[in-house]
Design a protein around this ligand. Structure first.
Ligand code: M6P
Ligand code: ZN
Length: 187
């Protein structure tokens, strides 16, 4: 009997683009990131169709035990002094974790627990980030190139954006030509 060998989807590790039959793409414009950046006037001044990031995802099975795979491509740039970043989220199923892999560009992964304690990890090509359960996560592009990171997460995890209405406890800005992480009051 001839045993079939199927061709799986592929990912280019240099830029995170997939080759697959069905790729789902979600574009996030600045206009949908209401209240995310601290300098509201600079945010208002951006053309509303300014693309901040795009996520491309493989279409895969959903349900308990199934995994999603996607790449976030976060553009370089700033809103006022604050670097472009993803909205960031807790998982609806709080106990579910996730893994990010830095592919290209340079930035930071902001991690924050339910007590509001936050820390940063350097994201660079080849970096591996284990995001535990009960931990909110956001990517920040502090470089001049696109920051692309591959992510693998349980399909049942879901996104809880509302839990972060007050925002994260750390903001990353450029000040005096340097990348600076600042603690936010009422974060
Ligand atoms: C990664 C994964 C996705 C997430 C995306 C964008 O690809 O974590 O689940 O949706 O980043 O992040 P956010 O949902 O915070 O905009
Ligand atoms: Zn997640």
């Amino acid at each position: 009997m001839k045993i079939p060998v199927n061709m799986p989807p592929g990912v280019a590790f240099l830029n995170g683009h997939f080759t697959a039959e069905n790729i789902i793409t979600k574009v996030t414009n600045s206009s949908s990131l209401v209240g995310v950046f601290h300098d509201e006037a600079s945010w208002q001044a951006l053309p509303s169709n300014t693309v901040i990031y795009q996520v491309e995802m493989l279409s895969s099975a959903q349900g308990e035990g199934e995994l999603f795979v996607g790449t976030t491509h976060l553009n370089p740039g700033r809103v006022g002094d604050e670097f472009y970043m993803t909205r960031g989220h807790f998982h609806q199923r709080r106990e579910q974790g996730e893994v990010y892999f830095g592919l290209c560009g340079n930035g930071l992964l902001l991690l924050q627990n339910e007590q509001g304690e936050a820390h940063l990890e350097q994201v660079s090509p080849g970096s591996v980030h284990i995001i535990p359960g009960f931990t909110a996560h956001r990517l920040i592009n502090t470089g001049t190139e696109i920051l692309s990171a591959l992510a693998v997460w349980p399909s049942v995890a879901g996104h809880d954006y509302a839990a972060l209405e007050k925002g994260f406890a750390i903001r990353v800005v450029e000040q005096d030509g340097k990348i600076q992480a600042k603690e936010v009051q009422n974060g």
